[in-house]
Design a protein around this ligand. Structure first.
Ligand SMILES: [Zn+2]
Length: 286
């Protein structure tokens, strides 16, 4: 699944190709990505024609393209969903599912999705905040993100710190990769009980999550071509800046100790055994 920085790269990439542009035609090449639109693909296409996109928005890992009329097109990237902005006469990539042609001409907006867990849906009245996204907490990039309030709520939870970071109703946008990176940066073990954290340590961990995601965004943001907005292709250059995630056996960048991988919530947690020591008190191993 793409994480916040990858989705933000997609959002930024979409801005110049969609904002203020009016939809002239929509072709649904496969019905599955628009399955959430119950009246069907033809109705979906007809509903979009004539509308104008406002600037794409995001909360956590959720991305939507608001319309100037107050509704929105919600994009679920799933495992393999991606957008492309291509000339209308450019060859279609395999697995191209939806084509959006604009009254202003090129580029054409294309939704490509191999596995089709993702898709596009219309969110009535969703321009500001789609109902599908309303239960998701603000992410660390949000200008209205309230660190003090998040720290208070985090310390009230009876869980481990990594599990809390992954809770999208506490703070959104942090997935497995950046949770591990943030915990490494803040020298905190993933199983530490949230209730045992001082306000200062809890704030340091949450702040670190914003820091590592901002760094990843800078990496990704500099290397991508605005005409090729690719979620999965982004992973190649995002990987380079990772300190612990996927780095099992490699030396910790701070102390040189080999990074360890441990099972966590049916997945993995990566940590430096020296910088992120196992807590002496209660622990939540996932
Ligand atoms: Zn270390």
């Amino acid at each position: 699944m793409p994480e916040l920085p990858e989705v933000e790269v997609v959002r930024r990439g979409l801005v110049p190709g969609t904002t203020g542009r009016r939809i002239a035609a929509v072709q649904v090449l496969h019905p599955r990505p628009v399955r959430r639109h119950l009246p069907g693909p033809d109705h979906f296409a007809a509903e979009l024609v004539g509308r104008t996109f406002a600037e794409p928005r995001r909360r956590g890992k959720y991305l939507w393209l608001p319309f100037t009329d107050g509704d929105a097109l919600l994009a679920h990237l799933g495992m393999s969903g991606q957008f492309r902005l291509d000339a209308a006469d450019a060859p279609l990539l395999p697995n191209t599912r939806v084509l959006v042609t604009f009254a202003e001409g090129d580029p054409q907006l294309r939704f490509v999705d191999q596995r089709m867990f993702g898709g596009l849906s219309i969110s009535p009245g969703g321009a500001e905040l789609p109902a599908e996204v309303a239960h998701i907490a603000r992410d660390p990039f949000d200008p209205e993100f309230d660190l003090a309030e998040v720290v208070t709520r985090l310390r009230r939870k009876r869980t481990g710190i990594k599990r809390a970071l992954l809770d999208q109703q506490l703070v959104s946008g942090i997935g497995n990769i950046y949770a591990d990176e943030a915990l490494w940066l803040a020298r905190t073990h993933y199983a530490r009980a949230t209730a045992s954290l001082s306000r200062r340590t809890a704030a340091a961990v949450v702040t670190a999550a914003g820091t590592v995601m901002r760094a990843a965004l800078e990496h990704g943001g500099t290397s991508f071509d605005a005409l090729y907005v690719n979620v999965n292709g982004a992973s190649g250059y995002f990987d380079r800046s990772l300190a612990v995630y996927g780095q099992e056996g490699r030396p910790c960048l701070r102390c040189g100790t080999a990074v360890r991988r441990e099972p966590f919530m049916n997945r993995s947690a990566f940590r430096c055994p020296r910088c992120q020591r196992r807590p002496a008190g209660p622990a939540y191993a996932g």
